[in-house]
Design a protein around this ligand. Sequence first.
Ligand code: PBG
Length: 330
Amino acid sequence: MNDYRLDLIHRPRRLRANENLREIVAEIDLRTRHLVQGHFVIPGSSEQQEISSMPGVSRYTADRLIPVVERDLANGVRAVMLFGVPDVKNPQATGALDADGEVPNAVRLLKTAFGDELTVMTDVCLCPYTDHGHCGFIEGEEVVNDSSVATLAQMAAVLAEAGADFVGPSDMMDGRISEIRHHLDDAGFERTSIIAYSAKYASAFYGPFRDAAGSSPSFGDRRSYQMDFRNSREAIREVLLDLEEGADVVMVKPALAYLDIIRAVREVSTVPVAAYNVSGEYAMVQLAVREGIAEERAMVLEVLGGIRRAGADLIITYHASRAAAEGWLS
Ligand code: PBG
């Protein structure tokens, strides 16, 4: 008869009784300083194109990006990740090495405008620049590794030259971190950091991004270079290799179906861990909000908070602008 009284010595609800208490005992913080806003950059000037599969996100020309970033910065978002959406695509991905391309131009404008107040990260990958949409060069039906890596390293140097603080290789070729590091150092860019997309999975959640960036592969898929979602030990292997090769930050991507991977990487990584809350994850929330079946603020905070709790230091997310503008975070 006394059993239930014994059990009730333990009342976890005591610590949930009011807002102040909940604040005092909260285990993690989610702040604007943890967020990196992703942006799509198009060539030219004075243009903004809405992206239908990503409500609230647009492609901007470099000049139009400036005021957008300025407002985010004023709201506390200190970092951006830039993706190019070029006009020119060819088998050699020549656009990736164009020092006058849309991304180098945007980097120069942003760094001139905001200096060290803004950390500029740039995606390094060939898929927006190849006509076949794969992340490396093609021989027959194969995405070849080593020649792709050589060009990725050159692309990284072009971005570093433009002033990028971080280059972010997202191609998943083997050995690219070490090649990029050596190439950057040889070219005098030893101060440019590498945020490595270390554990990047072949994912259905990249759909809206490929629409936004026009980077869908024209044949096959990315499973011969991006990781299989059934594997976690392999993620650790990729992370350890990237650390050995010189990554300054390692990343897990996507985030929501991979929270266990974020946690596991957190346990082994000696550098900050980033997680990428990708386009499909963003679109699911936005479409649910649009349909009236989700409350945006609550859902965004829960999504980003969950990624933080899993162990991410940084979160690359398309929700950053709005979350900061609406004052959802401190
Ligand atoms: C380029 C790249 C992709 C993403 C980031 N860099 C697409 C892909 O690998 O197909 C996806 C980002 C997102 O979905 O938000 N390789």
